[in-house]
Design a binder for this molecule. Structure first.
Ligand SMILES: Nc1ncnc2c1ncn2[C@@H]1O[C@H](COP(=O)(O)OP(=O)(O)O)[C@@H](O)[C@H]1O
Ligand SMILES: [Mg+2]
Length: 378
């Protein structure tokens, strides 16, 4: 069992607030990914869970034990670093067995456990080699094996795939997911790579400047981003975010900006009209519509991705991107017409950046646009 609870944890380095009041409850057996841009505090948070940094404030618990001030060796957690940190002069076998020898585990028990873990990770044939004679992917597996050998309650990983080339990264991603399923252990995994987060996580905690911006399943963050920060971080290319005005026309609500006049999925009643919002539209949700387009623009650049094309175009002063099956049949300089389904439009507050959701739960039955999760601020 290893449920990890991080409660209102902050970390300051001098004047730098690396982590600011982060709370996360990670279930036993969960694969939780800490995602965010470089410098947002992911490593610092992970290192506090590992016991390598002491929180300035807050508390960390493993199951029912407060481990905030427990030494790293006493935490029953295993950390895998980006650099692997293998001992170059030791064989794979001795690298893997190192944590057990350090604890003076009996020799036969160490050998049996090393063999067991090596078999799980496909390292049996490599046990007598030195790290220098291994590929990047193999070294990464040795580092994992060394972390597994003590049978820790939870695995902490800091960008473990970032030294691998693209192809190996994708196979190792799949291996890690399979390993997580087989071990049933808790994983806390740091990355700045949204693809890793989307493909591996049970839940993602997206961090921005030391704070948790949103926690949820990959689908929740992608489909209902709680702010423009989340909307812009997940998705490649990122969501188009266009300042627009809400107006009522023909019995419906529309978001309007230069070149853009799209229907919104909200009833007209009681929505403040002429309010400024930010309309979010994912590139892959824009569809060609030559006859009656909601969005009109001028193509500036077409990128061929093989299966799809990225059509970059300007509408008014804004540059947008549409991802369309190849061949879209347009070139730079062409006029383009597009549409988007109302349900695919996200609305955000222009100042706070927070998602606007529709809620028709007022006692009088009237609807009102509200800030999702109101009461919380960025
Ligand atoms: N030991 C340290 N001393 C001073 N500042 C640090 C230290 N470690 C991290 N920081 C700062 O804390 C912030 C968060 O860093 P880090 O946790 O490494 O971010 P990430 O892993 O998300 O890239 C950064 O501004 C970084 O410069
Ligand atoms: Mg880091």
């Amino acid at each position: 069992m290893a449920r990890l609870r991080i409660e209102a944890v902050s970390k300051r380095f001098g004047r730098t607030e690396a982590v600011r009041g982060v709370s996360l409850d990670i279930a036993d057996g969960e694969f939780m990914v800490l995602l965010g841009p470089s410098g947002c505090g992911k490593s610092t948070l992970l290192r506090m869970v590992a016991g390598l940094e002491e929180p300035s404030e807050g508390r960390i618990a493993l199951d029912d034990t407060d481990i905030t001030h427990t030494g790293p060796q006493q935490r029953n957690l295993a950390m895998v670093f980006q650099s692997y940190a293998l001992y170059p002069h030791l064989t794979v076998s001795r690298n893997i067995g190192f944590p057990l020898r350090a604890r003076r585990s009996p020799r036969e028990r160490t050998a049996a456990r090393v063999a067991e873990v090596a078999a799980i990770l496909g390292l049996t044939e490599l046990l007598d080699r030195k790290p220098a004679a291994l590929s990047g992917g193999q070294r990464q597996r040795v580092a994992l094996a060394r972390a597994m050998v003590r049978d820790p309650g939870a695995f902490l990983m800091d960008e473990p795939l970032s030294n691998l080339d693209a192809k190996l990264r994708s196979t190792t991603r799949a291996e890690l997911v399979a390993l997580h399923q087989r071990l049933g252990a808790t994983f806390l995994y740091v990355t700045h790579d949204q693809v890793e987060a989307m493909t591996m996580a049970d839940r993602i905690a997206l961090l921005d400047r030391g704070r948790v911006e949103q926690v949820g399943t990959p689908a929740e963050l992608y489909d209902r981003p709680r702010s423009t920060f989340v909307a812009g971080f997940l998705g490649s290319p990122p969501m188009n975010l266009i300042p627009a005005t809400v107006i009522a026309r023909d019995g419906g609500l529309r978001a309007v900006a230069a070149g853009i006049d799209v229907e919104l999925p909200f009833p007209v009643s009681e929505f403040d009209q002429d309010v400024q919002i930010v309309a979010g539209m994912r590139p892959e949700r824009l569809r060609p519509e030559p006859d009656a387009p909601d969005i009109r623009g001028r193509v500036t650049r077409v990128e061929n991705l093989g299966g799809d094309e990225l059509i970059h175009f300007t509408a008014g002063a804004h540059t947008l991107c549409a991802r369309i099956r190849r061949p879209a049949g347009v070139a730079a300089g062409d006029h383009i017409g597009l549409r988007i389904a109302p349900a695919d439009i996200h609305l955000f507050h222009p100042d706070s950046g927070l998602r606007l959701a529709w809620r028709s739960t007022r006692p009088d039955g009237a609807a009102a646009a509200v800030v999702a999760g109101s009461g919380t601020t960025r």
